[in-house]
Design a protein around this ligand. Structure first.
Ligand SMILES: Cc1cc2nc3c(=O)[nH]c(=O)nc-3n(C[C@H](O)[C@H](O)[C@H](O)COP(=O)(O)OP(=O)(O)OC[C@H]3O[C@@H](n4cnc5c(N)ncnc54)[C@H](O)[C@@H]3O)c2cc1C
Length: 232
C-alpha cells in the first residue's frame, strides 16, 4: 500500500560537520512508525519538474515525541540537498514513508559488520542507537569511512560508545576517494576471513558499496547475505 504524503514542520537544522546538517521534523498529520534503517521521501519544490523526490534515512530510532531526525550531506551542485540547506525552523515540507528493507536482521544474527561511508552512516547509526537502548550491544563492528577528518560523522559518539560497550568495535577510516577501498577491504579481511560468522550491512554511494559487496562474495558470501543500501 502506498504511504500517504503529509506535511512536516521543520523544527531545527544543526550543523554536525562543515558539510553535513541534522534536520529535525515533526509530521503534523500522523506519526511515522518506522524501523531503524528505513528512510522517508521528501517532496521538494525544486528541479525541472517539481516536486523533486529525495530519500533520507532516519538517524534516530523512534521516539515518543514522533519527531524525525534526518542528516544530509551537502552534495556539490545537488538540487535537493541545496534546497534542504536553505530551510529554516518553521518551514514545512511534504514527506511520505517509511520505506525500505535495510533493517536489522533477526535478533539471532551474530557479529554485525556495519560498513558506511559518510552519510551512509546515518541508517547504521540509527540501528546502533536502537540496539544500545535495549541493553548491551550484540557483537558489532562499525567500519566508518569519511572523506576527510573534519567530516567524520558521529565520530565522538562512536568513540564514547566503544569505550563503554566492549562488544562494540569502532574502526574510523578517512579516505577522500570512495572508490579507494583498500583500507576498508583490509579491515574486512581481518574480521570476516576468520570465519563467515558475520552479518555484513553496507551503506553509501554505489561506487563505495558495490565493490565491497563483490569482495564479500569473493570471500564466499552469498549475494543475499550482504545487505546493501545505495544512495545514488
Ligand atoms: C534509500 C536512500 C537513503 C538515503 N539516505 C540519505 C541520507 O540519510 N543522507 C543523505 O545525505 N543522503 C541520502 N540519500 C541520498 C539523497 O536521497 C540524495 O540523492 C542526495 O541528497 C543528493 O541529492 P541532490 O538532489 O542534492 O543531488 P542531485 O542534484 O541529485 O545530484 C547532483 C550530483 O551529485 C551526484 N550525487 C547524487 N547523490 C549523491 C551522494 N549521496 N553523494 C555524492 N554525490 C551524489 C549525482 O550523481 C549528481 O552528479 C539517500 C538515498 C537513498 C536512495
Amino acid at each position: 500500500m502506498a504511504e500517504p504524503t503529509q506535511i512536516a514542520d521543520i523544527l531545527s537544522l544543526t550543523a554536525l560537520t562543515p558539510h553535513t546538517t541534522e534536520l529535525v521534523l515533526r509530521p503534523i498529520e500522523q506519526p511515522v512508525s518506522f524501523r531503524p534503517g528505513q528512510w522517508v521521501s521528501l517532496q521538494l519544490p525544486v528541479g525541472d519538474h517539481p516536486p523533486l523526490n529525495r530519500a533520507y534515512s532516519l538517524a534516530e530510532p523512534p521516539s515518543p515525541t514522533g519527531h524525525l531526525t534526518l542528516v544530509f550531506d551537502h552534495v556539490p551542485g545537488g538540487k535537493g540537498s541545496g534546497y534542504l540547506s536553505s530551510l529554516k525552523p518553521g518551514d514545512r515540507i511534504p514527506l511520505s514513508g517509511p520505506y525500505g528493507h535495510f533493517t536489522l536482521p533477526d535478533p539471532d544474527s551474530k557479529n554485525l559488520l556495519l560498513i558506511g561511508r559518510y552519510s551512509g552512516l546515518v541508517p547504521l547509526r540509527c540501528m546502533i542507537r536502537s540496539l544500545a537502548r535495549q541493553g548491551p550491544l550484540p557483537s558489532t563492528t562499525l567500519i566508518a569511512q569519511a572523506p576527510s577528518p573534519a567530516e567524520q560523522l558521529y565520530h565522538e559518539e562512536f568513540i564514547t560508545l566503544a569505550a563503554s560497550q566492549p562488544s562494540f568495535c569502532y574502526l574510523p577510516l578517512v579516505n577522500e576517494d570512495p572508490t579507494n577501498n583498500a583500507t576498508t577491504v583490509a579491515a574486512i579481511k581481518q574480521i570476516a576471513v576468520k570465519g563467515r560468522n558475520v552479518t555484513p550491512m553496507i551503506a553509501g554511494i554505489k561506487s563505495f558499496a558495490r565493490p565491497l559487496r563483490t569482495f564479500f562474495m569473493e570471500l564466499g558470501f552469498d549475494r543475499r547475505e550482504v545487505k546493501l543500501e545505495t544512495y545514488d
